[in-house]
Design a protein around this ligand. Sequence first.
Ligand SMILES: [Zn+2]
Ligand SMILES: [Zn+2]
Length: 243
Amino acid sequence: MNDLILNLAAALWPPRCACCDHPLSPRAPQATLPAQLQPRFCAACLTLIEPREGPRCLTCHAAQRGPLHRCGRCLVDPPAFERAYGLFDYAGPIGEALRRGKYGRDPSLIALVGLHMGAWLPAELWRDPPSVLLPAPLHPRRLAQRGYAPPRVLAEAVGRALGRPVRCGRLLRVRHTPPQAGLRAGQRRENVRGAFEARGPLPDDALIIDDVLTTGETARAMSKALRRAGVGRVRVLAAAGVD
Ligand SMILES: [Zn+2]
Ligand SMILES: [Zn+2]
């Protein structure tokens, strides 16, 4: 009876691609998997999911023109993180799933993005994994708005892939700030100044997990708070990057 209802529901409301809404073909053997593990992108969108390419700054992952391995900003004003990654293109299917998950309050879409992060982790993180993962913190007011913390969902998925624990409550957002989107570079820096604090016990080698890496000001501020509290090494992995 249950199967009949499920089949009828699947026929009436076929599952749709998490990016473009194209109906997904039913895949019976995978019906036993948890919902978040089932394929949620159509074949066309799946082919677009791959890490961002092209010459990039070896520190902050910004697109890089010219012969240098680091961008001007990182050379002149090195960040407190050793390296940051904006893994996928925010303009692609992963970015769309992130937006839908965040603004549509659908943690299963964020978990889906986390699975793709785990599948495409930068080789460096496999070779030389961090001791713990720290989700980028949301201010309690933002957490109440969203209903859940997307970076924490991403961190859980990446932590499972990497076999490393996730620690919450070590990196905190102590000041509520307007969203970085829509602010200019200087305003972004000012906006997150003093917004983060670290509380022990802290690891020696941490990987911060965030959803989007744009100018890197938030990543810089979070890393600075950790380093100031005594964390020896900080890297940052965001699901998506914006050029
Ligand atoms: Zn699609
Ligand atoms: Zn850079």
